[in-house]
Design a protein around this ligand. Structure first.
Ligand SMILES: [Zn+2]
Length: 416
């Protein structure tokens, strides 16, 4: 009797459910708990909540529970079916487990807790679960979380592309920059990848969007224009992506020049790659001094670098008119520089200047959610164990979706 009460407490069950018997299988290291219920119990129809009598029972099922005293603990019961006048026989909601799960809610909670902190492979090992079982826990958690999401305003969005498996596959990720969470993940980086996102928002959410930051990527631009009113005032090209394009141009100039110089025995550019790409704000004073001779030299690389830095100064302006004048002056310098890679970026920026300058009004970048980026980076790193793209998507929602993932007990039925 004592045992049965103890296990009822451990399981957190109450009327009309009780522990019928407990079987200890010592050799297997398992405890089996068999549940029963009061004969006269009334059950809620899972469709309408109406209280009805018992119709019959399903075949016995079992659920893995938290280990008790280091014993693997398994709960058994025959799920009752109600007999609702309107809906007919239906399996009732069980207070210890969700319908589709082979685990009790407490066990799922524990698994979710672990999954938040370590890799899927590690959790599978710790809890003695198969891959499919781990994926099942994650899938159900994400499904639950997405269903519970509310239509909060999403004023600032970040659209980012992530490559998976060394650039062979792309994902489009939509971030809510204010709440620092991933709202949406889609395969590829096409217009249609993003098109499927907008219908998930309410009309109010869509019209409430103030700005969307993204790379200079036409398919995304097209999708935003199609779905967001006054999109041209709201699209912001990410300044760090722009810095990336300029950095690549500098690097192209450097690589070519390094070869030419090395052929003449001049090794000044050897081993300097990252000095040219680094943000000047990240140099120590001593490093900046050491870099002085190079950056002030008459090398083509130094000129490309100066052009990059000067272009980025555009983002420090407060007024659009002033930034526009700065760009006009810079563009003249860039196009006369005879540095082909820089000229190409200059033309790209000129063509898209309107949505480069929207930064001055909205002040958002895709680095606004640095914590999200580093989490996704961690996921990619542990993704070697991911069996498919679907699972990677689930993992992003699980770790970065800001979702309420845990199962919750359903209201219990009553005894007459
Ligand atoms: Zn019903």
């Amino acid at each position: 009797m004592q045992d049965r009460q103890l296990y009822a407490q451990i399981l957190g069950i109450s009327d009309p459910w009780f522990v019928d018997r407990v079987e200890l299988k010592l050799e297997q290291g398992e405890v089996h708990i068999y549940l029963g219920h009061e004969e006269a119990a009334l059950w809620k129809c899972p469709e309408c909540g109406r209280e009805c009598g018992l119709y019959d029972h399903q075949r016995e099922r079992s659920w893995r529970h938290l280990d008790t005293c280091q014993y693997k603990t398994i709960v058994h019961a025959e799920p009752p079916r109600t007999n609702c006048a309107e809906h007919g026989p239906r399996v009732v909601k069980l207070p210890w487990a969700e319908a589709a799960s082979r685990f009790t809610m407490l066990f799922e909670r524990l698994a979710i807790e672990w999954l938040k902190a370590s890799s899927q492979k590690g959790v599978a090992k710790i809890l003695g679960l198969s891959w499919d079982e781990i994926h099942g826990v994650m899938d159900r958690a994400v499904e639950r979380g997405l269903a519970r999401r509310e239509a909060e305003p999403v004023g600032h969005l970040g659209i980012d592309e992530k490559s998976f498996r060394k650039g062979h596959r792309y994902f489009t990720i939509v971030n809510d920059l204010e709440r620092s969470r991933v709202l949406y993940v889609a395969e590829e980086r096409k217009e249609t990848s993003l098109d499927t996102f907008w219908p998930m928002l309410t009309e109010q959410q869509r019209t409430g969007i103030q700005a969307v930051v993204m790379d200079m990527w036409d398919p995304y631009v097209a999708s935003v224009r199609k779905h967001i009113p006054e999109a041209d005032r709201k699209i912001v090209f990410d300044k760090f992506h722009i810095a990336g394009h300029l950095g690549e141009a500098v690097d192209k100039v450097r690589r070519k020049e390094k070869k030419l110089l090395a052929a003449e025995g001049d090794l000044r550019l050897v081993g300097t790659k990252y000095d040219w790409l680094r943000n000047p704000g990240n140099f120590t004073r001593a490093e900046w001094r050491d870099f002085k001779a190079l950056r002030e030299s008459n090398l083509r690389t130094a000129r490309a670098w100066a052009l990059k830095e000067s272009a980025m100064a555009m983002f420090d302006y407060h007024y659009e008119g002033a930034a526009r004048r700065h760009f006009r002056w810079w563009y003249g310098w860039a196009t006369r520089s005879r540095l082909q890679p820089v000229i190409e970026v200059a033309r790209m920026l000129k063509e898209r200047l309107q949505n480069v300058l929207t930064y001055l009004k909205h002040r958002i970048t895709n680095a606004t959610s640095e914590s999200l980026n580093s989490k996704i980076q961690w996921l990619k790193y542990t993704a070697r164990g991911f069996r498919n793209k679907e699972n990677f998507k689930t993992a992003i929602y699980f770790h970065c979706g800001g979702l309420d993932l845990y199962p919750r007990a359903e209201p219990e039925s009553t005894v007459t």
